[in-house]
Design a protein around this ligand. Sequence first.
Ligand code: NDP
Ligand code: 2IT
Length: 449
Amino acid sequence: MAEIMEWVKNRDPEQREFHQAVGEVLLSVQPVLEQNPQYRHLKVMERLVEPERVILFRVPWVDDRGNVQINRGFRIQMNSAIGPYKGGLRFHPSVNLSILKFLAFEQVFKNALTTLPMGGGKGGSDFDPKGKSDQEMMRFCHNFMLELFRHIGPHCDVPAGDIGVGGREIGFLFGMYKKLRNEFTGVLTGKSLNWGGSLIRPEATGYGCVYFASEMLATRGQTLEGKVCLVSGSGNVAQYTVEKILDLGGKVVTLSDSSGYIFDEAGIDRAKLAFVKDLKNVRRGRMKDYADRYPDAVHTPADPTRDHNPLWTHRADCAFPSATQNEINAVDAGNLVSNGVVLVAEGANMPTTPEGIDVFLDSGILYGPSKAVNAGGVAVSGLEMTQNSMRLNWTREEVDGRLRTIMKSIHRACLDAAERYGKPGNYMIGANISGFVKVAEAMVDQGIV
Ligand code: NDP
Ligand code: 2IT
């Protein structure tokens, strides 16, 4: 294991986020590799850490003042052993190869956990959507697709949304793909309902997180009823996490964006959530506006010089990090545990640093890792692909029922794998082993390719 890690680090010394994601999986699957010499002999792990294909391209576009802008576009086609590459597109200035490779690597195991036939990929751009007009967004998305279209397809690679890419962007991307190919196919997921989208896809990641959290609580005879919850982020995942927590009788007291967070002791009720959805999805404003609208809520500006995030210092029962990677460090994790948190369910991808994860695991709280907890989003993307292939649309109840069943089965698979390898209750090890074995078996069957 140490050798493989060294090899990965030496090949791409600057890719820290990628090393972090690989390190966690390597540690978890060590006993599986020990018991299965064919995985070692066939270098399954060494092949898994090398993307099947990396596409890097120029995206020139013209802003509203007539200036030419140049961004970078990426698509990492990580692994197609169990299905076409599948995974989101992220538009954020921090986007680089390390971040996209970590996301694509995680996606491979996550998609395997869903039980649906999807390989793993991820892509995006260092383009910053903040402050851009609808016209600029359209021009950027169209220019991005002008290159990406030749590398994707409904049986090859099916992108979707992630940070900075929601319904509006998927529409612009789809429009250009359809024009260039002259065919109407399910090449992207997260489409609007009246042109091939699936009911419940917008809700799926957040709802799925809360379904998974409920399953975890049930192992200790508890429910979300009356539980105080901390949620970070205020985008797609955070909004529908709050919605489902409210459905199940919980209370949410925080939300955030990159400028800071709000603490609303009275709880974010449905009217306040509707305000947040309009603020973030329509007016594209900041969480500070929430405190202006609801003066009892306190807004604390982000301060990157601090060694901890004060959002995680409030007394609560459950935490749902739903913003971005490494938003919980060891100090934050310690604060959560000492303030009474009994469950952490990761909506964001890799929101906890390795040191933070150790704090959670050592404390004995319920810790749900992102690749299991947030798999509901890509699972319903898989269901969108199925509906597109059948040229049929399922009802809300049908899709939600399938999502719930998939989240239950992921929860069960994690617990069973953890138990089998002598780590009962360790969802991180369970998720990594369960996802890994499915992909590894397919790679063994298919030979050295
Ligand atoms: P959105 O773009 O809808 O929202 C992202 C939220 O996180 C915003 O509130 C944003 O604030 C905040 N945020 C993003 N980057 C940073 C940063 N560097 N520092 C602080 N805050 C930040 O994205 P999603 O809700 O879709 O994604 C949130 C997380 O969930 C990501 O980790 C994503 O990978 C993961 N995820 C998403 C899925 C999906 O289906 N959409 C599926 C599975 C996981 P601001 O507006 O200020 O940037
Ligand atoms: O991280 C993720 O799982 C996503 N952004 C969703 C990917 C998808 O293809 O729906």
